[in-house]
Design a protein. Structure first.
Lengths: 349, 349
DNA sequence: GGTTAGCACTCACCTTTAATGAGTGCTAAC
DNA sequence: GTTAGCACTCATTAAAGGTGAGTGCTAACC
C-alpha cells in the first residue's frame, strides 16, 4: 500500500479524469491535461506498475486505463478532496427541508427527491425502524355499529390509525374504558416488546363484556403495531440512470431497475447497513447484483435516537466528493430539523 | 368502413399475428399459417387495398404489413373475440383481492401488482377522488403540552390523522368540546364543500379561549382535509417494458419510464378519463407523449359511488382480449368486495 | 372479373474487408 | 531513472457485397 508520491498523483489524476469523462484514460492525454512534469512514456511505466498492483485495469490492449474498485477505495479514503457545496445548493437544501409540523414522511420523501435532483443519481430514503419507539397513547373511537377506529400514538409523535370492523357489540363507554386500560397497560413499552407478549391474558379477568370486546380488538391492535414497525422506502430519480453512459446498455439498465424495484430486498440491504456515512464500492457490496454499483448511505436522527437513512446508488464511477457532501449536508439538516422539533415539544417527559 | 368479409378476415389475421410475433407480417406466412383459402398474391392485393384504406402500414417497401392504430381500433371494436380467463387466474384474483378489513389502500396496491404480473405490462391503480365523501367525525386528542392529534373520519370509512403542534395552551376539556362542535358543524358535509368555506368565522363568536384554540387548529384542519382529497397512485411492473420488443430501444424505454414517473401528470390523465372500460390506442391519446402507447383503464366502485381506477399502459401492440378480460375481472371483484363491506356496515345510515 | 403464378425489384440485415487512430509495450539512447 | 521512437493491438467506423423476405406488377388462367 505504500505507493510513491508520484504514483498517487497519477492515480488521482486517472480517477478524477475517468469520473468526469467515463472514457478510459491514456498516458498521452494524462500528460497533456495534468501538469505532472513527466512524459507519457514514464506515465506508461507507472501505470503498468499500478495495474500490476490492482489499481487499474485494461478493457483491451489498446485502450487507456480504467480505475478498479480498489482505486476508487483509495481515492475515497485518501485522495479525494473535500468538496464545498455551492451556497446556492445549501440554500435550496435548507429551504426545502424545514418541516413545519413533524410530517416526517413527507419531509423524507421530499429529501429523497431533492437528493436525486442534486446528484443526478438514483436516490432513496427510509424512515426509521420503530422498534425502540415507545407507546404513549391508545384510543378507540366509535364510528358506527360495527366499525371503530383504533388510534395509536407513539412517544416520537408517530400516529397510526386503522378502521376496524368488529362483530362484538359495544357501547362508547366500553370503548373509552378499554382505551384507558390499554393506554395504562402499554404506555411506555416499546412496540416490539408488546408484540412479543401474550396480550389476551391481560384482559381475560375483566368482566365478561369488556373481555369479549378486548379479545375482538386485540388481533387488530397487534396487526396495527406490526405495521407501525414497517419502514417506508422512498425511491427517486430512477430514470437518471439512463443518462449514465455505463447504463447505455439496455440489459444493464434493466438489471439496475429490477434491483432497486425489488423493494423488499433492497430495503433489507439498506436497513442492515451500519450507521454513519457508509460507502461501498463495487465488489465490496455483499449483494451479488450490486457488484458494479456504488452505494452511499448516511443516517439522520430523530430526537437524537431513531435512525433513518438517506443515500444514492449509481455506477462505481461517481463524483464521490460532491455526492458525499450533498448527502452529509442533507442528513445534518434533517437531524437538526427533527432535533429542534424534539427540543420544543418533549421537555415534558 | 364497409370492408368485405374477406378483408376483415385478413385484417383480423394480420392483427392477431402481429400482436403475438411483433414482426411485420407478409402475404406468404399469412396464407400458410391461416386457412384463408386464397393465394399469397390475392392476399397481397387485398393488403394493398387495406393499406390504401389506412388499416395497414409498411415500415419499408420490402417488409410485411403492420396494423395501424385504426386497425387496432377496428380489431378491438369488432374483430376481437371474448377471452375467457383460465380458472387458475380467476382463482388467483379472487383470493388476492378479498379485503378483510376495509384496508382500501393495501388492497388497491395489491391489485395493481397483480395486474402487472398477469399481463406483463406496466399497471397502475388510483384511489377514488374524495370530493364527494362526507365527513362523519372529527376528533382532537391531547398528546402533550404542545401536541394534539387531529383525526378525521369520513362516511366511507376513510380515516386520516395528523399530529399538530400548536402554540396556544389548551385543556383536554377544551379539546373535547371543540371536537364536538366541529363534528356537529361539519358532519354530513363533503370535504370540498368545507374547504371552500371561510371556516374561522364559525368560531369567532365562541368564548375567547375556545376561539383562539379553534383558530390555531383550523389551518391544520383545512390542510388535512386537502390531503384527504389527494388521490394515491400505485404503479407496478415498470420493468416489464424491457421485455417488450418495441422498447428494446434505450431512448424509447427512457421516454416511457419518464412519462409514467412524472406522477403528477400521469395521474391527471387517469383522473380525467371517463368511467367504464376505456381503451385509447396510440394517436387517440390526447397526450403527445402517449402517442405510441395504448392505455386501458376501468373503474371500480366503493359503496356504489366513489370511483377509483385500475389499468395498464403498454405498446399499441398488446393482447387486448386477454388484458381487458383480466382488468374487467379484477374491477368486478374489487367493486364486489367493497360493496359487501358497505352492505354490512352502513345499514345504519 | 376475380384469382393466381411468375418475375423483377426493394431494402433491411449480415458479413467481410479495409482504413483509422488511440493507446500500449518494448528498446535503446539520453 | 527518463524519454523518444517504433512496431503492434484492437475497438470503431465506413464501404461493399451477398442474402432473403417481401412487395408490385403483369400476364395467364378459370
Amino acid at each position: 500500500m505504500d505507493l510513491t508520491e508520484r504514483k498517487l498523483k497519477i492515480l488521482h489524476a486517472i480517477v478524477a479524469d475517468f469520473i468526469h469523462s467515463a472514457e478510459p484514460v491514456g498516458s498521452r492525454t494524462l500528460s497533456k491535461k495534468y501538469d505532472l512534469g513527466i512524459s507519457p512514456a514514464t506515465i506508461r511505466n507507472e501505470m503498468s506498475d499500478l495495474e500490476e498492483l490492482g489499481y487499474l485495469t485494461h478493457p483491451h490492449t489498446s485502450a487507456g486505463r480504467v480505475p478498479s474498485d480498489k482505486a476508487y477505495r483509495l481515492y475515497v479514503n485518501h485522495l479525494m478532496e473535500r468538496y464545498e457545496l455551492p451556497e446556492e445548493e445549501k440554500r435550496i437544501i435548507s429551504e426545502n427541508l424545514k418541516s413545519d409540523m413533524m410530517e416526517l414522511e413527507r419531509t423524507i420523501e421530499h429529501a429523497a427527491e431533492l437528493l436525486s435532483r442534486l446528484t443526478n443519481l438514483t436516490s432513496f430514503a427510509i424512515t426509521p425502524k420503530q422498534d425502540a419507539n415507545r407507546l404513549k397513547y391508545i384510543n378507540l373511537l366509535p364510528v358506527d355499529d360495527t366499525t371503530v377506529v383504533l388510534m395509536i400514538v407513539a412517544e416520537n409523535g408517530k400516529v397510526t390509525n386503522q378502521a376496524l370492523r368488529i362483530s362484538v357489540s359495544y357501547t362508547p363507554e366500553n370503548l373509552e374504558l378499554l382505551s384507558k386500560v390499554m393506554t395504562h397497560t402499554f404506555r411506555g413499552r416499546t412496540i416490539s416488546d408488546v408484540l412479543t407478549v401474550d396480550i389476551i391474558k391481560y384482559f381475560e379477568n375483566d368482566i365478561e363484556a369488556m373481555s369479549r370486546l378486548a379479545q375482538s380488538i386485540m388481533p387488530n391492535f397487534m396487526n396495527t403495531l406490526e405495521n407501525m414497525l414497517n419502514v417506508d422506502l422512498y425511491l427517486e430519480g430512477l430514470t437518471n440512470i439512463f443518462s449514465i453512459p455505463e447504463y447505455n446498455d439496455i440489459e444493464r439498465a434493466r438489471m439496475f431497475l429490477e434491483m432497486v424495484n425489488r423493494k423488499k430486498d433492497f430495503m433489507d440491504v439498506l436497513i442492515n447497513r451500519d450507521n454513519g456515512m457508509i460507502i461501498t464500492i463495487g465488489d465490496e457490496n455483499t449483494d451479488e447484483i450490486m457488484r458494479d454499483c456504488s452505494l452511499i448511505t448516511a443516517d439522520y436522527r430523530i430526537n437524537g435516537k431513531l435512525v433513518g437513512k438517506l443515500g444514492v446508488i449509481g455506477p462505481t464511477r461517481m463524483k464521490y466528493d460532491e455526492v458525499t457532501s450533498v448527502i452529509r449536508y442533507m442528513t445534518d439538516n434533517l437531524s437538526r430539523t427533527f432535533q429542534i422539533a424534539k427540543g420544543e415539544h418533549e421537555d415534558d417527559e
